[in-house]
Design a protein around this ligand. Structure first.
Ligand code: FOL
Length: 226
């Protein structure tokens, strides 16, 4: 059942764990950071991994077209995605809303709307069994604050892909978990573990994007439940 599927949180956050401001990201567009989000959430692990090395275990483009990753988001995060990118290409979207789905405007019918994460996964599982959705690869929780918080309370949520933004942008929305405390139940994994997890060669140390006062550095990290 899809309710047992491991869930990965993917999030970018400032040093104070800020993730949003006025319904959008707090920082000016970080093109390479967003490109990482897109690649990682699209990439489907190969079903068969018989004795293969790590580099064989992934395909950038899901050539067979047999499986799709799922992105789970809250309704406000759905609204924050530019209409031209809705729904996120090559991924199955689950949108969490406490509103009656019938009352939600302009949600395409290949998007699953549900009142919580697990019932969303259950509905998608039913569509897969009916042949109305592609089998699921990985599942990513992409925000926002309320949905991250709900995901952190599920034992299925075993990994957090964090992009630590090294600049203190003003924020009104925060990622509520402190991953770095020894008592948090989460442990930072090595760069090697991160590379294996995402299936690409993540650079060591901070990357820099932006010009002048928009210049920002950031770092890709992986945390797992310990
Ligand atoms: N995680 C990380 N690491 N970075 C993020 O920016 C991020 N953003 C969200 C969740 N987790 C994240 C939620 N916000 C799009 C827009 C907002 C958004 C997530 C995705 C979006 O439009 N994505 C398109 C590409 C857009 C582009 O290339 O400009 C996509 O296809 O993924």
């Amino acid at each position: 059942s899809l309710k047992q599927l491991p869930l990965t949180i993917i999030v970018a956050a400032t040093p104070k764990n800020g993730i949003g401001k006025n319904g959008a990201l707090p920082w000016p567009m970080l093109k390479k950071e967003m490109a990482y989000f897109t690649r990682v959430t699209k990439r489907v692990p190969m079903p068969t991994n018989t004795g293969s090395v790590q580099s064989d275990a992934w395909k950038q483009t899901n050539l067979e077209g047999t499986r799709r990753n799922v992105v789970i988001m809250g309704r406000k995060t759905w609204d924050s995605i530019p209409p031209k990118f809705q729904p996120l290409k090559d991924r199955t979207s689950i949108v969490i809303s406490s509103q009656d789905p019938a009352k939600l405007e302009a949600v395409p019918d290949d998007v699953v709307v549900a009142s919580d994460i697990l019932s969303g996964l259950q509905s998608l599982g039913q569509k897969v069994r009916e042949g109305k959705a592609l089998p699921v690869g990985r599942a990513f929780v992409i925000g926002g604050a309320k949905i991250y918080q709900a995901a952190m309370e599920l034992p299925q949520t075993t990994s957090v892909l964090l992009t630590r933004i090294h600049k203190d942008y003003e924020c009104d929305t925060f990622f509520s978990e402190t991953l770095d405390d020894a008592s948090s139940g989460w442990r930072r994994k090595s760069l090697e573990d991160l590379r294996a997890f995402v299936g690409e060669d993540v650079p060591e140390g901070p990357l820099t994007e932006g010009e002048g006062s928009d210049e920002t550095s950031y770092e890709f990290q992986l945390y797992e439940r310990s």
